[in-house]
Design a protein around this ligand. Structure first.
Ligand code: GBH
Length: 445
């Protein structure tokens, strides 16, 4: 049978995030996070659901690591809950919180699964939110101290480090659109948060270079998606260009070029005045770029839209999130970041889909997820062939989990999580992905 072989040493993994899977939110001294506060606020999440229990990964991690090992995974991307390490955001370290991640890393190493650790996947300590959260530059300083603590504790055993997950989502959905914690609807605030997140990233990379682990690598994960104009009309092309600058380039340009892209005056003026030193810190070289890719965006000129940009509703093959299945977008994106930003290495740190999975006689048949992953891997393979230094792929997610504002209503997992018992059941896609990892190749047909 024909197959697409991947380079030797390619990382095959799955990804999760602390608040989405851990539960145990009051255990071993963990402090409150902005997502605890937000999800417990009436009306913010689907049916008022919270991450209080989530997948109970905090207790079931040995079993979860076993599943990964049986799937033949050689990598796992997880995030650390900052309020487990510093319940108040800063100050004394909570050893019991650190110990959990030590145990997790031990379990992974015992099964030859490389840990990829994300320092911030949106669960800011609530105590820091009380001091202004990401609107406060000091939050970035505390972030670098928190990062430093983890470099010291786990630096010799974690080969891959990610500072921030999707700072665009944290800034914009959290502070301008109010769909995520902390739930503000203030556009200028969101732009200040953009800058402070970038500074936090830069300071954490600086700390890594200064006295962090020597053999490990550090990068950042961005949510990126190609933005395409609805038609060949010039106005639509301009709308697409603006949307691209506001989404993709808002982070890519400062990190890889040391300068913000050109933005409309109102957006630009909301960004804090940055000194050359700040921009230099933000663009401290990273070892790799993490790309989270789910779908493309199609836009058109629309005088009613924000800055004259209208989003064209997705059409065609849609997932349960309403996102178009568009594998070619992954190829286009990888080629583009490689040609325009030249990262030393690239990882797909998230790619995946929610479908309306059902369990029947203990089986979950999810052919659409298999097709989704197969097609995206085929485009990733083509990108490698075209010269992109793609080193690994992490499916989002290992298991069904707390999908933020959508609660548990969207299932992205390879493992089906049974409501109530929280038992993990392999979907057909898990068996398929296990074969891919074990063969280091994607079977065609
Ligand atoms: C990721 O976010 C998260 O990292 C992960 O925690 C989450 O579970 C997973 O994906 C699945 O959602 O219409 O303005 O919102 C992906 C977030 C969603 C960001 C789609 C961009 C489109 C722009 N992306 N969104 S908007």
């Amino acid at each position: 049978m024909a197959e697409l072989r991947f380079p030797d040493g390619f990382l095959w993994g799955t990804a999760t995030a602390s608040y989405q899977v851990e539960g145990a939110v009051r255990e071993d001294g963990r402090g409150e996070s902005i997502w605890d506060r937000f999800s417990h606020t009436p009306g913010k999440t689907f049916e008022g659901q919270t991450g209080d229990v989530a997948c109970d990964h905090y207790h079931r991690y040995p079993e979860d690591v076993e599943h990964m090992a049986r799937m033949g995974m050689n990598a796992y991307r997880f995030s650390v809950a900052w309020p487990r390490i510093f319940p108040e955001g800063k100050g004394p370290v909570n050893q019991k919180g650190l110990d959990f991640y030590r145990r997790l890393v031990d379990a992974l190493q015992g099964r030859h699964i490389q840990p990829c650790l994300t320092l911030y996947h949106w669960d800011l300590p609530q105590a820091l939110q009380e001091k202004g959260g990401w609107d406060n530059r000091d939050t970035g300083r505390y972030f670098a101290e928190y990062a430093h603590t983890l470099y010291q504790a786990l630096g010799d055993r974690v080969p891959l480090w990610i500072t921030l997950n999707e700072p665009w989502v944290a800034a914009i959905l959290g502070h301008a659109f109010g769909q995520h914690a902390p739930g503000f609807g203030d556009f200028p605030l969101a732009m200040r948060v953009v800058h402070h997140l970038l500074l936090a990233h830069g300071w954490a990379v600086e700390a890594f270079r200064h006295d962090g682990p020597r053999r490990a690598q550090i990068g950042i994960t961005l949510n990126l998606s190609p933005v395409e104009p609805a038609t060949g009309k010039e106005a639509d092309g301009q709308a697409a260009d603006l949307a691209d600058r506001f989404t993709n380039r808002l982070f890519l340009d400062p990190i890889f070029r040391g300068a913000y892209p050109e933005l409309p005056d109102l957006m630009r003026s909301a960004l804090p005045q940055a000194t050359p030193e700040e921009m230099e810190r933000i663009s401290t070289p990273v070892d790799f770029l993490g790309v989270n890719y789910y779908t493309r965006q199609v836009v058109e000129a629309d005088p009613q839209g924000l800055y004259g940009v209208g989003m064209v509703p997705a059409r065609g093959d849609l997932t349960e999130m309403g996102w178009e299945v568009y594998p070619q977008g992954l190829y286009d994106l990888l080629i583009r970041v490689h040609r325009e930003y030249h990262p030393q290495a690239v990882y797909v740190t998230e790619n995946g889909a929610a479908f309306a999975d059902e369990i029947q006689d203990g089986e979950v048949d999810d052919p659409r997820r298999i097709a989704y992953v197969r097609e995206h891997l085929s485009r990733a393979h083509a990108a490698i062939g075209a010269g992109v230094p793609l080193k690994g792929y992490f499916y989002w997610s290992l298991m069904d989990n707390f999908e933020w504002a959508f609660g548990y209503s969207k299932r992205f997992g390879l493992l089906y999580v049974v409501p109530g018992s929280l038992e993990r059941v392999w979907k057909r896609s898990a068996r398929w992905y296990a074969q891919v990892a074990q063969a280091n190749a994607v079977p065609l047909g």
